[in-house]
Design a protein around this ligand. Structure first.
Ligand code: 4AD
Ligand code: MG
Length: 438
């Protein structure tokens, strides 16, 4: 006896006139004159199956009749073309098995956003979420491919840390065997340590932010791609960033047209995203915004409105370079050509999707690092717990080298590339100020 293997619904068109075996979930169901029309969903898509009462065995018929929306099933049958079916093909069922009967599915056609978030574990089966999660997986893959091709090693930083950022204020505290610890807000210090061993490294890891921002761009837990490289300067970082973002957009447009079509994203817009990206200094950005009606002064940060105004007419991201030292952390070095500023650069996504990458050269000399600590302490009125930074400072004691790196918020990138309304849809189980379940 030939044991048939299972076919995905997307391959069904290749089997016209032949038999297939499918497994999946009931997506739609209706009945018409002794025929059950069952639309079957699997990870590749959907296909219609038709079960006729008088041409299948009683057990199969009873199971098909009993099957509810989202029940898991297996069936076999013969493929034929049928213009009336949703995909133009139909499987005439000859045997049907119910694997897991579903209770009445709590998500029906029109549901509130809140319910869809409460039932996220079930809503992930929707066509929209399936497409986004596939795109997310490909985007992660393309980002990895880019780094791998450039000879970077992937590293795995710790997520529980004693490094309290600047103040620990926006960090989640953890009771670590009686000692105060934090969930990491950035893997950068660890990536910097590994630069002295592997020279070119990157990590994909969650970062945690306890800031109570209720915006469409903030998550309390997000996946952070962080890159760190020895002997890189700001120019080399920017070249790297624009090539990386460009390559992801190009690959998505070339290889994932089916997913983009499901999400209503025009690949032609993605094809436009390639180097070079516009490069503004912070000062030029402020001037530009003031020409557009703002009244910003030196030292002001860019908020949601400014980001939108700066990028609303852009098809490609925009670099903003040389931020005032008051706006950047201690690890951003002073710009020797303008000591009011730092060797730092942010990448702003078009149409107000916000900052997707934060980057800088790093203070790599011991004395300069200590100066920057004290400067930031004085400027912000904070007190660093230098003891927790001892190991980080050590890196500048034993054969330090110039290096630079960046952090990219993967959900921000996904939100922009797929033109999503809210960052929560770029991650399967969003963590936000008012949400930790499911
Ligand atoms: O600008 P940030 O805070 O920079 C750092 O953490 C650096 N230490 C990174 C580095 O140089 N290795 O964060 C980097 C990026 C931002 O540009 C943004 O895309 C994303 O992380 N990000 C967030 N994404 C989602 N939700 C939040 N609450 C985010 N905060 C930052
Ligand atoms: Mg930033």
């Amino acid at each position: 006896m030939v044991i048939m293997s299972y076919t995905y619904t997307s391959s069904v068109p290749e089997y016209v006139g032949k038999k297939v075996k499918l497994r999946g979930w009931i997506y739609r169901k209706r009945t018409s004159g002794g025929i059950l029309f069952l639309v079957i969903r699997d990870r590749t898509g959907i296909v219609q199956a038709a079960a006729k009462k008088d041409s299948i065995d009683k057990r199969s018929w009873d199971a098909a009749e009993k099957a509810t929306i989202e029940s898991s099933i297996e069936l076999s049958g013969t493929v034929k073309k049928d213009e009336r079916a949703p995909t133009g093909f139909e499987v005439s069922v000859d045997s049907f098995k119910l694997t897991g009967l579903s209770e009445p599915f709590p998500i029906t056609e029109y549901q509130s956003t809140e319910l869809l978030l409460d039932k996220r574990h079930l809503w992930l089966r929707s066509m929209k979420m399936i497409s986004i999660m596939k795109a997310r997986s490909y985007i992660f893959r393309y980002l990895r491919e880019f780094h791998d091709k450039k000879g970077f090693y992937e590293i795995t930083p710790p997520l529980i840390t004693s490094v309290a950022g600047e103040t620990g204020a926006d960090m989640f505290k953890v009771d670590y065997f009686g000692q105060e610890a934090f969930l990491t807000e950035s893997s950068q210090p660890y990536a910097e340590a590994m630069v002295y061993a592997l020279e070119k490294v990157y990590s994909f890891a969650p970062s945690f932010r306890a800031e109570k921002s209720r915006t469409t761009k903030h998550l309390a837990e997000y996946w952070h791609l962080e890159m760190e490289a020895a002997h890189y300067n700001l120019k080399k970082l920017m070249d790297f960033e624009e090539r990386m973002v460009g390559s992801v957009a190009q690959k998505l447009a070339d290889k994932n047209q089916d997913i983009l079509a499901q999400l209503g994203v025009d690949p032609a817009l993605l094809k436009k995203i390639k180097p070079p990206f516009k490069r503004l200094t912070y000062e030029q950005a402020i001037d530009l915004l003031n020409q557009k009606g703002k009244s910003l002064k030196w030292g002001d940060d860019l908020g949601v409105e400014e980001e939108k105004l700066l990028t609303e007419e852009e098809d490609k991201p925009v670099f903003v370079m040389y931020w005032p030292k008051e706006l950047k952390p201690f690890y951003s070095p002073i710009n020797p050509k303008d000591p009011r500023t730092t060797l730092s650069v942010d990448l702003q996504a078009p149409h107000g999707h916000g900052e997707i990458i934060g980057a800088s050269e790093r203070v790599w000399k011991y004395d300069e690092l200590m100066d920057r600590f004290h400067e930031v302490e004085a400027a912000k009125g904070v007190k660093f717990n230098i003891k927790n930074y001892e190991w980080y400072i050590d890196l500048r004691r034993y054969g330090s080298v110039p290096h630079a790196g960046f952090g990219l918020g993967t959900e921000r990138l996904i939100k922009w590339l797929l033109n999503l309304d809210h960052i929560r849809d770029a991650i399967p189980f969003p963590r936000m100020v008012n949400r930790i379940a499911p």
